[in-house]
Design a protein around this ligand. Sequence first.
Ligand SMILES: [Zn+2]
Length: 200
Amino acid sequence: MSARKKGPDLSGVSFEALVAEMIRRCGDDPGREGLAKTPERVRKAWEFLTHGYRLTPADAIGDGLFEEHHHNMVLVKDIELYSLCEHHLLPFFGKAHVAYIPDGRIMGLSKAARLVDVFARRFQVQERLTEQIAQAIWDTIQPQGVAVVIEAYHLCMMMRGVEKQNSKTITSAMRGAFMDEASTRDEFLRLALTPHHPLN
Ligand SMILES: [Zn+2]
C-alpha cells in the first residue's frame, strides 16, 4: 500500500464528472451535443459491465442444485463471455466451456452461464477468470472433477495494433479427475475445442 502513489482525493467527484474530464483529456468537448449525455450512459454501461462485483457464486447457483447419481461428464459448451481486461479496461470476449463430473449433485444447466458472468463482469485477466470459475464449481457442488476452457479475443491486443490481430488466447483450469486422468482430460478437450453444430 505504501508504495502506491497518492493522487488527489476524487471520491466526492461524480462518475459523470470523471468521464467528462476523461473526454476532455482525450481531446474532445464533453459539452457538445453528441457527447452531452455520454457520461451518464457510460456510468450505466459500466455499472452493468462490472456487476459481477456485486454477485457471489451462491447468487448464481442459488437453489439450482439437485441430487443425482449421474457419474459421467456434463459439458456446457460455447457460453458467451464478455469481460474487461484489468490492464487496459478494454473488452475481451469469447466463449467458455465448462465441464464437471458429478459426485451426487448436479447443477441446473443455466447456472454455469450465470457463474461465468459472476467472474467475467469484473476487471479481469483471462487466466484468473478461468481459475475462479473452476474453483467456484469445485467448492460449490464438490464434483469428482471440473474443467474450464476459455477462448477469447482481446481488444487491447487487436485495437492497439501491437500484437497479432486475430490471435485467440486459450486458457484452461482443471481440478480432480480432469487433472488426474489423461483420458478424461483428453475427452473434455476434444469435445470442448472441436466445433460442431449437430442441431443445425
Ligand atoms: Zn489489456
